[in-house]
Design a protein around this ligand. Structure first.
Ligand SMILES: [Zn+2]
Length: 428
């Protein structure tokens, strides 16, 4: 499996200038190669693939201006973007996507009349190496006679064989970052635990319920607080956008920073959420985790005001991917299933339930239950038909976990904290 380490580069003045120059040449080569491809496409000829591009470009000044392993990688990226352009065209012809795809663009800023220099791809360790806290990078001979050494900050989280590397300049933060790809061997947890299942349900309305086999108590993660935080930053973004449009601008550094903060804060909550779920599963010895999610919900449904909630904030695909990642690390088999039909029947008796509100269901016999808990128990029942979930014994009890902007904690825990704080306050 390939994983990416991201570290921040700390280039000195000279190195900074070198990166700028190399980045500019990358854009030059990209544009020259792209010109050939675009002309071929417009002239209804065959667009050259990677090896043809290399053969065509190898004597050009733009190609020679870069170390081979950077030049080749640029052409590879270019031909990849043409391949995906053709794939998109095919999907468009079939009517699978709505917007007509455009040809890969030139790297230039029309407004400023300049080329961006914020991207340097490096093919392999032939052109860079990582030693201690230094990255050594091959640069064009006319710029500097040997490799430049750039110190970096950050840890290499994944260890393994180094593959490609990309140097990217973040315009909002005004910093260079290196994305170093490694071939990473996932640590597989060896065990002979007895098979034990857990079922999860991702609700369309920002909650996840998890039920474990043999445990009558389910856990519901309510992302209400995280959603409030997301909305807070969205309001700031909207304000900044209005301010900019009044002055006739479209973007600013501040706006980019706001987007970044919102994205990272959300990501933090989601990662913590999935880590907390999987930690709980691991503690109770679960070996198989099945998660149901609304498969067609996002494409077809229009939630009106809730669109932003479903499409940007509560994104099932991203959530599922993060859960899967944590499951792999913990050695738990992960499976996703369509959740259709799981919320309309009682998990104990199978009778049809009423749904007076979005988050509760009422069984004529068993009374009020949390809709997502019911769904997660139904999923658990589906995957363990021999055991039939926990059947009659399972009382529909659940704890609700909330995000306190640092970690997920149960209501009881936060109430406890409040009592302690009040006691401390009273004592003082
Ligand atoms: Zn029932």
């Amino acid at each position: 499996m390939r994983k990416t380490n991201v570290v921040r580069l700390l280039p000195e003045k000279e190195a900074l200038w070198t990166l700028h120059a190399v980045g500019d040449r990358v854009s030059c080569l990209w544009n020259a190669g792209n010109y050939i491809c675009r002309q071929a496409f417009i002239g209804k000829e065959k667009v050259p693939n990677y090896s043809a591009l290399c053969a065509l470009m190898k004597d050009s000044a733009d190609y020679k201006a870069l170390p081979t392993h950077i030049g080749q990688e640029v052409l590879k990226k270019l031909s990849k973007s043409w391949i995906s352009f053709f794939a998109l065209r095919r999907s468009f012809a079939k009517g699978e996507i709505r917007h007509k795809p455009g040809m890969p663009k030139y790297r230039k800023d029309r407004k400023k009349g300049s080329r961006p220099w914020d991207y340097i791809p490096v093919k392999s360790t032939a052109a860079y190496c990582v030693e201690g806290c230094l990255i050594h990078l091959a640069v064009p001979a006319d710029i500097y006679s040997q490799r430049i050494a750039i110190p970096f900050r950050g840890t290499l989280r994944y260890q393994g064989d180094f593959k490609t590397c990309e140097l990217l300049y973040d315009n909002a933060k005004k910093r260079w970052y290196a994305h170093i790809v490694v071939e990473y061997q996932e640590r597989v947890v060896a065990d002979e635990r007895p098979e034990k299942h857990a079922g999860g349900d991702i609700g369309a309305r920002r909650a996840i319920a998890v039920s474990t086999q043999g445990n009558p108590q389910s856990v519901v993660y309510s992302s209400r607080q995280a959603w409030k935080d997301y909305k807070y930053w969205s309001r700031l973004i909207a304000k900044e956008k209005t301010r900019l449009s009044k002055q006739g601008y479209k973007t600013s550094r501040r706006l980019q920073m706001l987007y970044r903060i919102r994205r990272l804060r959300l990501r933090h909550a989601m990662e913590a959420l999935c880590a907390d779920i999987v930690q709980g599963l691991r503690r109770s010895g679960v070996t198989h985790f099945t998660v149901g999610y609304p498969v067609n919900c996002r494409d077809n449904a229009n939630f009106g005001k809730g669109n932003e909630l479903v499409h940007n904030f509560w994104n099932f695909e991203i959530l599922l991917r993060i859960i899967e990642k944590h499951c792999i690390r913990a050695g738990i088999a992960f499976k996703r299933v369509d959740e259709r039909g799981t919320s309309s029947h009682c998990h104990i008796c199978g009778r049809k339930v009423r749904r007076p509100k979005t988050d509760i269901v009422v069984c004529p016999v068993h009374g009020i239950m949390h809709a997502d808990v019911n769904a997660s128990r139904n999923i658990l029942r589906k995957v363990t038909p021999a055991l039939a979930g926990d059947g009659e014994k399972a009382s529909p009890g659940w704890v609700v976990m909330r995000w306190n902007l640092h970690r997920w904690q149960s209501h009881a825990e936060s109430a406890n904290n409040r009592v302690l704080q009040e006691a401390a306050h009273a004592a003082a």
